[in-house]
Design a protein around this ligand. Structure first.
Ligand SMILES: Nc1ncnc2c1ncn2[C@@H]1O[C@H](COP(=O)(O)OP(=O)(O)OP(=O)(O)O)[C@@H](O)[C@H]1O
Length: 301
């Protein structure tokens, strides 16, 4: 399988801020990849570099085998949807629908029409007067109707109502099945969008923490829940990423797979073990796992 995106050891600094630190990752052509991480983790910076709107301080980022920066042939294969898209003051919906296809050789009039209708995008008022959700809606029209070989969607849901989000998911999956391409989508609404992804990347503080197939992600960590004493005992000498406590109950998200023996032990102690969900995994890899959460051998059992 060829890669749509190949990033090799890129770093990006803004003054003293190290936004990306030695990132290496690939995204196979023909996949929908979720890009997750906390605020400021570096998601937009990665997408901006892939879209040729920024350059890494060091390292290489290639899209379809080429450097995207100032490369018009590669840029014509990329659609980058982000929340700060600006429009001329007098622009209305019809201006966008007329001009966007000039920059998108695969533009689908049908996809655009279905989204405009389903997302109830106003035709008569200038875009500068659009609500937050309406601005997201028009960005989604451009992202999906472009049918670009690489579509980068950076937090496309801002302000979108639940019906609009469902329509977006449905249309993305439907159109992607008929016209496979590569989509990278960053969002904090992980649970809602989870079914879209066949690949998962989690970054934290500019570093890649997880980069795997969606199915593999459920084997990366597990959560033990139950009485605090039992959870502490079962967590002993394991790499705890995140803990929660409520009254006498506790949960601990731990890297790796739980052995059958641990599951049995948990049952005996009145605790349960489950694979970490994707939201749990993203929360866990973004947590500041302090030393105190690394429960070492010999700790209280
Ligand atoms: N132009 C810039 N000048 C200075 N710092 C910047 C600039 N762009 C990004 N940063 C910094 O780089 C880091 C990564 O920012 P980035 O926007 O990539 O994060 P993000 O993961 O997209 O966050 P969010 O989920 O909040 O949108 C942050 O610390 C941010 O403050």
């Amino acid at each position: 399988m060829t890669n749509a995106v190949d990033i090799r050891s890129i770093s990006r600094s803004f003054g003293r801020t190290r936004a990306l630190e030695d990132i290496t990752l690939s995204v196979p052509d023909g996949s929908i990849c979720g890009l997750f991480g906390r605020n400021g983790a570096g998601k937009t910076t990665i997408m901006s570099i892939l879209a040729g709107q920024d350059r890494p301080t060091s390292g290489n980022a290639k899209v379809f085998g080429e450097h995207p920066f100032e490369n018009s042939s590669t840029l014509s294969k990329i659609s980058f949807v982000r929340d700060n898209q600006r429009y001329p003051d007098d622009y209305r919906l019809h201006h966008v629908l007329r001009i966007a296809p000039r920059f998108a050789p695969n533009w689908s009039v049908d996809v655009a029409a279905e989204l405009v209708d389903g997302l109830r995008i106003p035709a008569k008022i200038p875009i500068k007067k659009f609500s937050r959700g309406q601005l997201s809606s028009i960005a989604i029209v451009m992202g999906l109707a472009s049918r670009a070989p690489l579509t980068l969607l950076d937090e496309p849901y801002l302000g979108l109502d639940i019906t609009a989000r469902a329509l977006f998911h449905d249309l993305l999956l439907r159109d992607y099945s008929a016209h496979p391409r590569t989509v990278i989508l960053s969002t904090h609404l992980i649970e809602e969008s989870e079914a879209l992804f066949d690949r998962v990347i989690i970054i934290d503080r500019g570093r890649v923490r997880v980069d795997c197939e969606r199915d593999e992600a459920s084997n990366l960590a597990f959560t033990i829940s139950g009485p605090a004493d039992a959870v502490d005992k079962l967590s002993t000498n394991r790499r705890v990423l995140l803990t929660h406590a409520a009254g006498g109950l506790r949960s601990a998200t731990i890297t790796g797979e739980a052995s059958d023996e641990l599951v049995l032990q948990a049952r005996t102690l009145g605790a349960t073990i489950s694979s970490a969900s994707l939201p749990e995994l993203v929360a866990a890899y973004g947590a500041d796992a302090p030393e105190s959460t690394l429960i070492k051998k010999g700790a209280r059992a």
